[in-house]
Write a protein that binds this ligand. Sequence first.
Ligand SMILES: *Cc1c(COP(=O)(O)O)cnc(C)c1O
Length: 436
Amino acid sequence: MNLINEISDSDPEIAQAIRNELSRQEQGVELIPSENNVSKAVLQAMGSIFTNKYSEGYPGKRYYGGQEFVDVIEGIAIARAKNLFGAQHVNVQPYSGSPANHAVFFALLEHKDKFLGFSLTSGGHLTHGSPVNFSGREYQCIPYEVDKETELLDMDEIRKLAVREKPKMIVSGFTAYPRKIDFKEFQDICDEVGAYHFSDISHISGLVAGKAHESPVPYADVVTTTTHKSLRGPRGAMIMCKEKDRLHDKYHSESKKNLAQLIDSAIFPGLQGGPHDHTTAAMAVALGEALKPDFKEYASQIVRNSRAMADELMKNGIKLVTNGTDNHLILIDLRPIGLTGKGKLVQDALDKAGITANKNTVPYEPSTPFNPSGIRLGTPAVTTRGMKESEMKVIGESIAKIAKAPEDESVISRAKSAIAELTKKFPLYPGMGILK
Ligand SMILES: *Cc1c(COP(=O)(O)O)cnc(C)c1O
């Protein structure tokens, strides 16, 4: 069943847009750290007839009939996630990362309860307490920052803040932090002040699964992750948690539910209706791929690639936040090259050369989130594509040249040729480019 040909016949306009997007992905290099290229098997599961099914509830406890095969895929997805991450309890139904995080707040906190989250400009996510997000509007967020000099998390400051504010929950895990996170230290602080530890590993879950970053699962009460970033699955999310509520007597003494039940009921019926079964099927496939030995190789290559690109950028006079990286992500600070607030200009110049990246705030951003002073890069997608350190050098050099002269068309066009040359050698979905 070649689905694109079906679309070509029934809806040529959409088919053309899909073909165009495929060439865009194939001809450029994808450096948005939250993106990746899923396998054809994951794509096929996503496009499967499981999208036809409704299955409110959980395996064995559904509201509608005809669930025998949905229960199979959801059961397998849960078992594989438990196996991969060593989690006690897993919920694979969240529609995406933001709804998963919403469910955690909904399960653990009451309206206006206080929690600690990483500030958005320093690298936190919207759902970690931004004032425009539910998390900042319905709950009281006390943001923590990185150290101004080192740009690293200052665990002593976080501890002092926690002791002073006595939050009910502390969020660890970020969206734009290029260094390792000490989850045990976060847990120690949570234990000290009697707070829930909620770890959001959306960005790094592929590294955690592939043992290229420490896991928060042994420590944190609740861990969420999107499944479509470095984990390389379909768009969706999972919540992993301990069975028992460590702080039951302090915060939920009136409830008969344990932690796993609080989380499950926050997702359904608390916030969602029927799960996306086609996504669950694709998630099971992706988790199966992540359990294979070569996933570890992929995860460690992501970090090697990231370091190689970071070194090349710095060698070419580009300042990086924290002066390097330990993970899949690099944050360029444009201020030292006179481009404060010019992230958008550089992003657009990179786009013209076939390099897809995103503008990003830097810690203590002097400009605005829409015109920030940084560029965020990441290596999961190019690593999936098979690129290694030598390709990272070519890409890093091109980025450095463009960043230093974002309005020089000849620089951009030379970089564009170098990128086109490179991507030709790494076909993205071999065989899919010759669709009618
Ligand atoms: C991407 C991300 C999310 C949100 O995921 P969506 O699927 O876009 O809703 C949540 N938390 C972190 C840390 C993320 O990086």
